[in-house]
Design a protein around this ligand. Structure first.
Ligand SMILES: Cc1cc2nc3c(=O)[nH]c(=O)nc-3n(C[C@H](O)[C@H](O)[C@H](O)COP(=O)(O)O)c2cc1C
Length: 186
């Protein structure tokens, strides 16, 4: 499928079929993430794929409870991927300080979306999850406390019933322009 068609087809998926996901498909998604660009080629990420039922249940039980229960749809996802932020290269950290830009978050976003688009191409559904109990995820996965997990991905075969929430987008003429800024000052 042409890339733009694939991008147009993708939706966040919040309902999944009770069908296991083949390990080789996940490996392809990880390879797509591995090849993502990053500031100073820092590659400041580690992807932890949770596909073992027992570990997934423990993680989902604690990560999506209480105030995080709005994300409890992810309990039905056969796979949860935790993206751990690793230290970026010294030069990227200096640049980040001088520019006031958190390059590592941009890097993680790109790598995660590479994963997502490859998953889409393989017929898998995904949803980014930013609202979860980070401490609980770290504890279940043995991630050191001083590391950061900014996002998770829920992955599985999509249940067609589960499509769509807030998928609308601003029109092209509002989000882009040529040769100068068009818009109001803040
Ligand atoms: C960084 C990030 C965090 C997100 N966190 C959540 C989340 O916690 N729960 C959720 O249901 N969707 C979450 N989403 C999905 C967005 O709600 C979704 O991408 C947006 O509404 C556009 O819909 P679409 O992905 O179907 O095009 C997140 C997306 C991104 C990129």
């Amino acid at each position: 499928m042409a890339l733009l068609d694939l991008i147009r087809k993708r939706r966040s998926i919040r309902r999944f079929l009770d069908r296991p996901v083949e390990r080789d498909k996940i490996m392809m998604c990880l390879e797509a993430a591995r090849l993502a660009p990053s500031a100073c080629n820092s590659q400041p990420w580690k992807f932890i794929v949770v596909d073992d039922g027992e570990t997934r249940n423990r993680l989902c039980h604690t990560a999506f409870g209480g105030v995080y229960s709005i994300s409890s749809f992810a309990r039905k996802a056969p796979i949860i991927v935790a993206i751990v932020s690793e230290k970026d290269k010294f030069i990227a950290r200096v640049g980040a300080l001088l520019r006031g830009t958190r390059y590592y978050l941009i890097d993680i976003g790109i790598a995660g979306e590479h994963f997502v688009l490859q998953a889409e191409e393989l017929g898998l559904g995904t949803c980014w999850i930013g609202w979860f109990n980070e401490g609980a995820v770290k504890s279940v996965l043995g991630v050191p406390k001083d590391k950061k997990i900014d996002v998770l991905l829920a992955v599985g075969y999509p249940d067609k019933e589960g499509r769509g929430l807030r998928h609308d987008r601003e029109p092209l003429e509002k989000m882009a322009g040529f040769n100068g800024y068009e818009g109001e000052a803040e």
